[in-house]
Write a protein that binds this ligand. Structure first.
Ligand SMILES: *[C@@H]1O[C@H](CO)[C@@H](O)[C@H](O)[C@H]1NC(C)=O
Length: 334
């Protein structure tokens, strides 16, 4: 890719942007939109915030920084908690993970659900650019949250979640909110490649919110390899292949599932979380030093701290937690 290509992206900054197509729910784009090369990410074009509530579970209201009218006309209810979801690489607010999260919370009917939408900045196959853009997106989302706070959002009622690159965005967002400290961030298999070596200011860690919980499901491949939260959950050891995700099992369910073969284990993180939203008694996990001790039964509900993975985690939980799941939905054993 030569300089002229980037120049081209810059020049069309005010226009719709480089050609992109959606295939199998994934966004591909002819060229990356990159802040370093181009300086000009146009947030109004490239980043939006989609609000869903029980009154509009399917059709979002688009919220923007400074757009008081859109906020007033929406069903945003400042008396209810707000869940914020940052989508992953290749995705948008309409992709399957965001849809699972939205559906789970609108079924509960007690949350404002805000889905970040930045498909052009997270488009494939530009992983390097998408990873670098998590910083811009996280910072912009922080400004949006400060805007909501200025209009009446009670900051402790806000919970940030994100999948893969989205988890890293949530971390950057938490660090950059100026109106106070974010209460909770849930990282769903935070992205590992590149971030592994990058400084804290570019990624999620325990300093980004009062409580950071992590669900690891593909550690060391697409997921971050190490403990980074206050409470880190390692369902089925946190590694690929997760139960139900080996080659034979996927082929049996769907012989054409190429994408699922790659991401099945990585995706378990958001599937577990979405299921936890509707199951207050699910996903019991045990505090333990490592998977081996857990497997041997050395750590159990009689001698170790037990909490639930997912929405109903005890926010006083600290350390590593282990559990098993079913190979298919419902994943929780209880
Ligand atoms: C806002 O949420 C509160 C608490 O759930 C509820 O009592 C109230 O009726 C809601 N307001 C609207 C306009 O839905």
């Amino acid at each position: 890719m030569g300089l002229s290509d980037y120049l081209f992206v810059c020049l069309i900054g005010a226009l719709p942007g480089p050609l992109s197509i959606t295939f199998d729910n994934a966004n591909f784009q002819l060229l990356p939109i990159n802040k370093n090369k181009c300086r000009h990410i146009d947030p109004v074009r490239d980043i939006s915030f989609q609000l869903f509530t029980r009154h509009n579970p399917l059709m979002p209201s688009t919220l923007r920084i400074g757009d008081d009218e859109a906020l007033a006309q929406s069903h945003f209810n400042f008396s209810e908690p707000t869940i914020f979801f940052f989508h992953a690489f290749f995705e948008s607010s309409q992709a399957i993970p965001a849809t699972y999260i939205r559906t789970a919370f609108t079924q509960r009917a007690d949350h404002n659900v805000i889905l970040l939408n930045a498909p052009r900045l997270e488009a494939g196959p530009w992983y390097l650019t998408a990873s670098q853009n998590t910083r811009v997106v996280g910072q912009y989302a922080a400004r949006f949250i400060d805007y909501l706070v200025s209009r009446g959002l009670y900051l402790p009622s806000l919970h940030l979640t994100g999948l893969s690159l989205g988890a890293q965005m949530a971390g950057v967002c938490g660090q950059n909110v100026k109106s106070g400290r974010v209460r909770r961030i849930t990282g769903l298999d935070p992205a590992g490649p590149l971030f592994n070596k990058w400084p804290k200011s570019l990624k999620l860690d325990a300093s980004d919110a009062e409580f950071v919980d992590i669900i690891h499901s593909d550690a060391g491949i697409f997921g971050y390899p190490r403990q980074i939260g206050h409470a880190d959950f390692w369902p089925n050891r946190g590694l690929a292949p997760q139960p139900g995700c080996n080659f034979k099992e996927i082929k049996m369910r769907n012989p054409d599932a190429i994408v699922e073969l790659l991401f099945c284990s990585h995706w378990r993180s958001y599937q577990f979380f979405a299921e936890s939203v509707l199951n207050p008694n699910g996903f019991w996990a045990v505090n333990c030093n490592n998977w081996k001790d857990f497997e041997k039964g050395i750590c159990n509900e009689h001698n170790s701290i037990v909490t639930r993975m997912g929405l109903y985690v005890d926010e006083r939980a600290r350390g590593n937690f282990y559990l098993r799941t079913n190979p298919e939905s419902p994943y929780s054993l209880t």
